[in-house]
Design a protein around this ligand. Structure first.
Ligand code: ZN
Length: 114
């Protein structure tokens, strides 16, 4: 048996596409799309996190628009986060053929990261 999720898009069952039509003549419906967990989408990292729950980007966007405030309320960011870094500026010279020019290259490295 194949594992699946129903698309979490709040309007998935209202979108007029032939792939959503189910039922017999005179009793047809547009149904929420089924997402097979072994689909190609799920092979990428993006797929693992997003396409296990949404049939496409439109349904994902609809879900975010409808539920973003609830998600943010569950995981609030009351303060700014900081990453300790070292900044090294280095003046470099380049020549495109019409004279030398200099620019400042800024390198940012996270402190403690190796
Ligand atoms: Zn959908």
């Amino acid at each position: 048996m194949t594992e699946f999720n129903w698309c979490h898009g709040p309007k998935c069952h209202q979108r007029h596409t032939t792939g959503r039509i189910r039922g017999v003549k005179g009793n047809k419906v547009l149904r929420t799309r089924k997402i097979t967990k072994s689909s190609q989408y799920n092979q990428s990292a993006w797929g693992q996190y997003i396409h296990n729950y949404f049939c496409d980007d439109t349904c994902m966007r609809d879900y975010i628009v409808k539920h973003l405030r609830e998600v943010v309320a569950l995981h609030p960011r009351p303060d700014a986060l900081e990453t300790p870094i070292d900044v090294v500026k280095e003046v470099k010279t380049y020549n495109y053929g019409y004279g030398e020019r200099t620019y400042t290259d800024t390198k940012i490295t996270e402190r403690g990261a190796n």
